[in-house]
Design a protein around this ligand. Structure first.
Ligand SMILES: CC(C)(COP(=O)(O)OP(=O)(O)OC[C@H]1O[C@@H](n2cnc3c(N)ncnc32)[C@H](O)[C@@H]1OP(=O)(O)O)[C@@H](O)C(=O)NCCC(=O)NCCS
Length: 167
């Protein structure tokens, strides 16, 4: 399990329904993954990624139910969001925004200067989400999604510009 994201951070996050992902969360995570993506990751794929030292994986829960999950990795001054999905039926309740704010606070805590991610050109809900969270498209990535033969966008949130503001 990745531990590179501890830093005593959860002292500040006691009330948040967000906690680190554990292998027991995988059935719920896979349900969301399979309902959300055309080429879903497998359980084995999730486990491999969760073991990486520079990867942080989190779930958003209500009771015992996993409502969302997100992964990000850290590389020098960059934090990269690898994956984020919310359970259908619980969307448009601000859960993804809350996950992004959490990732942002953690990135700041690690002194990251920016958060990056890639998103499919056609994924309008994600574009609107990231735009609302302060991300800006900086590059078109031609044929980035080979399975769907689709372009992607690189999106960036600069943290240095807003370092003084509470996320
Ligand atoms: C994209 C996704 C993560 C958004 O999750 P969510 O919890 O529904 O998003 P939020 O409720 O936090 O939405 C925050 C804002 O994003 C925008 N937004 C999100 N989904 C939207 C939609 N379907 N239509 C229009 N705007 C949307 C809105 O501005 C929204 O604010 P509002 O509800 O006050 O208008 C979710 O639709 C999902 O899991 N999709 C499948 C997986 C995916 O595409 N992940 C992103 C990969 S890059």
């Amino acid at each position: 399990m990745a531990t590179g994201n501890q830093c005593g951070y959860h002292r500040y996050m006691k009330e948040a329904p967000i906690r680190q992902m554990v292998p027991g969360d995988l059935p719920g995570v896979l349900e969301i993954e399979e309902a959300s993506f055309t080429g879903p990751w497998t359980a084995a794929g999730f486990l491999v990624v969760m073991e990486r030292k520079n990867v942080a994986s989190y779930v958003y829960t209500r009771g015992k139910k996993v409502l969302a999950y997100f992964f990000f990795n850290f590389y020098e001054s960059d934090t990269h969001i690898m994956n984020l999905a919310v359970r259908p039926g619980y969307r448009r309740q601000g859960i993804a925004l809350e996950c992004l704010r959490f990732a942002e606070r953690l990135a700041r805590h690690r002194r990251a200067l920016r958060i990056t991610l890639e998103v499919e050109e056609s994924n309008l809900p994600a574009h609107l989400l990231y735009r609302k969270a302060g991300y800006r498209a900086t590059r078109i990535l031609r044929n980035y999604y080979s399975a769907s033969n689709e372009d992607g966008y690189r999106m960036v949130r600069l943290l240095s510009e807003t370092a003084a503001a509470a996320p």
